[in-house]
Design a binder for this molecule. Structure first.
Ligand code: SF4
Ligand code: SF4
Length: 203
């Protein structure tokens, strides 16, 4: 019958609408349907009933390991009493070359003899232009740039807050291990294998 699909769709919407209130009643004695860790888990699972809306920003969902937002630069964990560790970036410039919207600027260091130093003096990413494609992280030969999970970067001040410099971009390797433990472990294993091969070649 013409229009039957519309009624079926409306019936499903009505079912979700009613189930939301039923679910709310069921959770009323257990801390409520919203702003409740346990209820959020159930609501987001296959057992969830009614509207599965998350009350952001009070409620947040965990992002998967492969989630990617604006990149950050990897550095060693700072030594006790130090603010920053050694940069992994060698300022080779590959990430800036492959970046499709060209939103990476790198200021390379110089040795006293004027030759290039394999580390950046500064590193900028315009996060409003970055399209979170992850190419920079994919192509970096030194595992020195990674896609972050921090997506709460909105602000009213574009120039001061949306052009991230080296200080803002740099995060210790332990941070990468905490947000992407599986990938960090795989990468560490590959690096160790490469190091072993290089060592063997030299012997
Ligand atoms: S590709 Fe990696 S090492 Fe090269 S400049 Fe970019 S972040 Fe640094
Ligand atoms: S994620 Fe993509 S757009 Fe953003 S800086 Fe990296 S290469 Fe450029």
């Amino acid at each position: 019958m013409y229009g039957l699909g519309i009624f079926k769709g409306l019936a499903i919407t009505l079912k979700h609408f009613i189930n939301t209130y039923r679910d709310e009643a069921e959770w009323s004695g257990k801390g409520g349907r919203y702003y409740n860790e346990e209820a959020l888990k159930v609501r987001q699972s296959l057992k969830g009933k009614g509207a599965i809306t998350v009350m952001y920003p009070e409620e947040k969902l965990e992002v998967p390991e492969r989630f990617r937002f604006v990149p950050f630069l990897v550095m060693d964990d700072p030594a006790p009493g130090q603010k920053a560790g050694k940069d992994w970036c060698t300022s080779c410039g590959i990430c800036a070359k492959v970046c499709p919207p060209q939103c990476i600027w790198i200021e390379r260091g110089k040795l006293p003899n004027g030759r290039p130093k394999p580390e950046p003096v500064n590193f900028y990413i315009d996060i409003d232009i970055c399209m979170n494609c992850g190419y920079c992280a994919e192509y970096c030969p030194f595992d020195a740039i990674k896609m972050d999970h921090d997506y709460e970067l909105a602000s009213y001040n574009r120039t001061a807050a949306h052009i991230h410099d080296k200080e803002r971009l740099s995060k210790p390797i332990s941070y990468w291990r905490s947000i992407a433990p599986g990938r960090a472990e795989d990468e560490a294993q590959v690096r160790a294998e490469e190091e072993a091969k290089k060592k063997k070649k030299k012997e």
